[in-house]
Design a protein around this ligand. Structure first.
Ligand code: CUA
Length: 354
């Protein structure tokens, strides 16, 4: 009777483990898009750049080896469970007890060692390949600083500071123009992950990590912070916008400009400078030089607000200025208790920053 119960528990446990493993396999490598767009879902199995392509090849090899091991071990286990299951009438009998077979013990010691050794070699070669890549002349250099909960993006050589949307050129045919990133953190550990471009690399306080990407297909690539970093970790989204080379140069020239001051929004500008906005935000060409929050000089060129929390539309911008906590609870920009008039004026001013 006890044997029978144990068999049921074992099966239940096996089914649970299998269901959990299946869930992990299906959800592994997928990140939620910013706005629930189906086409925004991104996967490590459809890489569109180096080094993601190289990482995928290694992953497939590792997964294939693991799948073979899983099938062999799982198959033997299921065979054993069925073939030698409890039958009526064999209450008293015990199966033959076999100890010590040199051949079998050698086989299951040597074989796993060989498999692990092959996997170590392949993985180390891939890691070394990726880490030893040196920036070729003309490579774009950018510094990405993780903040709770947004990305500061600097191009020291180009004199550009922006946020949340990393713009890079595409490599074409014979002109390699990879982008090399220095990753830093202003507070806690974050992780930069755009699955279709490259693997994850952490941003650690008081340390600088390096990574590079070399996309060839222009477009917008979505990614996430991949290291739990506090309340709004899930809304710390990254967009990488890949441009054809000449378009990237145009984008860079536009970003290098100081903010244009439209005479139609003088009231909003005054309201912006009269409140504490300037303590946290920089608008180049004005006296706003705050460093705590995102640079707003070319805010209107960005697709989203709050690091992917909402799309950058006039309505959302107004709602964000009124109370950022509505879209992003816990974010470090407080509700400034502005009047309706101030909200409208400041939003109108910000909309001229393109
Ligand atoms: Cu930043 Cu998670």
């Amino acid at each position: 009777m006890r044997v029978h119960l144990y068999g049921n528990q074992l099966r239940l446990r096996a089914v649970t483990v299998f269901a959990f493993a299946l869930f992990c396999i299906i959800s592994f490598g997928h990140v939620e898009p910013a706005f629930g767009k189906d086409d925004g879902v991104t996967s490590i199995f459809s890489p569109l750049a180096q080094p993601a392509q190289e990482i995928k090849e290694t992953s497939i090899l590792v997964l294939a080896v693991c799948a073979v091991i899983f099938i062999v071990v799982g198959g033997l286990l299921v065979y054993g469970l069925i073939r030698f299951r409890h039958r009526a009438g064999d209450e008293a009998s015990e199966p033959p007890q076999v100890y010590g077979s040199n051949q079998i013990e050698l086989a299951w010691t040597v074989l796993p060692i060989l498999i692990v050794f092959v996997l170590i070699l392949v993985t180390s070669r891939t890691i070394a390949d990726i880490q030893n890549r040196k920036p070729p002349p003309g490579a774009v250099q950018a510094t990405v600083v993780g903040h709770q909960w947004w990305w500061e993006i600097r191009y020291p050589e180009l004199g550009i500071v922006t946020a949340n949307e990393l713009h890079v050129p595409a490599s074409t045919g014979n002109s390699h123009q990879p982008t090399f990133l220095k990753l830093q953190s202003a507070d806690v550990a974050h992780s930069f992950w755009v699955p279709q471009l490259a693997g994850k690399t952490d941003l650690i306080p008081n340390r600088e990590n390096l990574m590079w990407i070399e996309p060839t297909i222009p477009g917008t690539y979505l990614g996430n912070c991949a290291e739990y970093c506090g309340t709004q970790h899930a809304r710390m989204l990254i967009r990488v916008v890949v441009h054809p080379p000449d378009e990237f140069d145009r984008w860079a020239r536009e970003q290098q400009q100081s903010a244009s001051i439209a005479t139609t929004v003088v009231e909003g500008q005054k309201a912006f400078f009269a409140n504490s906005c300037v303590n946290c935000h920089t608008i180049r060409g004005t006296s706003a030089q705050g460093k705590f929050g995102p640079d707003l000089t070319h805010l209107m060129n960005r697709e989203t607000l709050g690091a992917g929390a909402v799309t950058n539309t006039p309505d959302n911008l107004r709602l964000w200025v009124r109370d950022p906590q509505k879209f992003k609870v816990g974010c470090l920009m407080p509700n400034m208790q502005l009047t309706d008039q101030e909200v409208n004026q400041i939003a109108a001013y910000l909309q001229t920053l393109n």
